[in-house]
Design a protein around this ligand. Structure first.
Ligand code: AMP
Ligand code: MG
Length: 325
């Protein structure tokens, strides 16, 4: 090759490389899952600043809301709110209020007091409460036991034995907050993902982001690819945290009426404009099952859902049915 050709080649490479470098991506383990931030920005310094800010926000939320950290604000509530009002910060108060609103909306399917029994599970150790313990603790599951005082900024539990856990809503809240931080930095194309919860900002530079819904029984198989622009998507699945015993899958989504794992469906994906809502709704629809769950989604104009039942059959909300034609 002549030296002139070499020069042209080097110049071409120089022109191509910066464009590729404008996509940035980072993945870290946190909140019992993997947090992934992917974004586009012409200035790598802004991109790095954005990723760092999102991860910092996730750490902050985890430190306050984790049920596994003994010094989290959530753990303090669980230790003390059964004895009387506990002062909590406005952010936590607001997210607990939103959780209670989703309990009303889902007629009790979404219920953060599921943890009154949920805390007795240890999926890694294949441990679950026996029937007697479930029966005894069941009356403690009822979102109406959670009493918020917005003026004083306090929470209390109306009865003993109540515990709360924000696992069904906090990751959606975190990705929504993450996306908001990026937006404020002027970043227009991004995905913030926390396990089953994703918030998409803008498009993928001229085309939609493609988000896959996996086969609930084969993690390498994608069942549906969804083109998304400026949307949140949350998936609840019985494959996230579980153990199988005597043909029964004991997994992490609890029916508040029985205190046992829900059995009707394998996964639920909900798409809509707000990540906190898609997260709470995916858990709600999982508990409600195909028929009642899709009825709930069809009553919310901006939200759509895909349910995979326990036979592997797909069910779509009516808005998606129309798209499929
Ligand atoms: P997701 O993957 O969003 O469906 O969240 C599942 C998590 O929600 C579980 O790991 C629990 O922390 C929590 N959870 C389980 N059952 C319920 C329920 N009935 N209502 C609200 N949260 C729940
Ligand atoms: Mg959820």
């Amino acid at each position: 090759m002549s030296s002139r050709r070499w020069l042209l080649l080097v110049l071409a490479l120089l022109l191509i490389t910066p464009a590729q470098a404008e996509w940035h991506r980072e993945e870290v383990a946190m909140m019992g899952t993997r947090i992934r931030v992917e974004l586009w920005h012409a200035d790598p310094a802004v991109a790095r600043q954005g990723i760092a800010a999102v991860l910092e926000e996730m750490r902050r939320i985890d430190a306050s809301m984790s049920p596994y950290k003994p010094d989290s604000e959530l753990s303090r509530i669980n230790a003390e709110a059964g004895h009387g009002p506990v002062a909590i910060n406005r952010e936590l108060l607001a997210l607990i209020q939103r959780s209670l609103d989703f309990s009303e909306l889902s007629q009790g399917a979404f219920d953060i007091t599921f943890a009154s029994i949920g805390h007795m599970y240890d999926y890694r150790q294949r441990q679950r409460p026996d029937a007697d313990s479930v029966r005894q603790a069941l009356p403690a599951i009822d979102y109406r036991h959670v009493v918020l005082d917005h003026e004083r900024g306090t929470i209390r539990f109306a009865r003993e034995g109540v515990r709360i856990d924000l696992g069904g809503i906090a990751k959606g809240y975190a990705v929504e907050r993450g996306a908001e931080i990026l937006r404020r930095l002027g970043i227009e194309h991004a995905e913030v993902n926390a396990g089953g919860d994703s918030r998409i900002l803008g498009d993928h530079r001229g085309r939609p982001w493609m988000v896959g819904v996996r086969d609930p029984r084969d993690e390498n198989k994608i069942i549906v690819q969804l083109p998304l622009i400026d949307e949140a998507i949350s998936t609840s699945g019985d494959y996230e945290r579980y153990f199988d015993q005597d043909g029964i899958r004991h997994h992490h989504i609890i029916n508040p009426g029985t205190g046992n794992a829900v059995s009707g469906v394998h996964s639920v994906s909900v798409i809509g404009p707000d990540g906190t809502s898609t997260d709470a709704l995916s858990t709600s629809v999982f508990v409600l099952g195909v028929e009642k769950g899709l009825q709930l989604i069809d009553s919310l104009p901006e939200y759509e859902a895909i349910v995979i039942d326990n036979q592997g059959k797909l069910h779509f909300s009516s808005g998606l049915m129309q798209l499929r034609g």
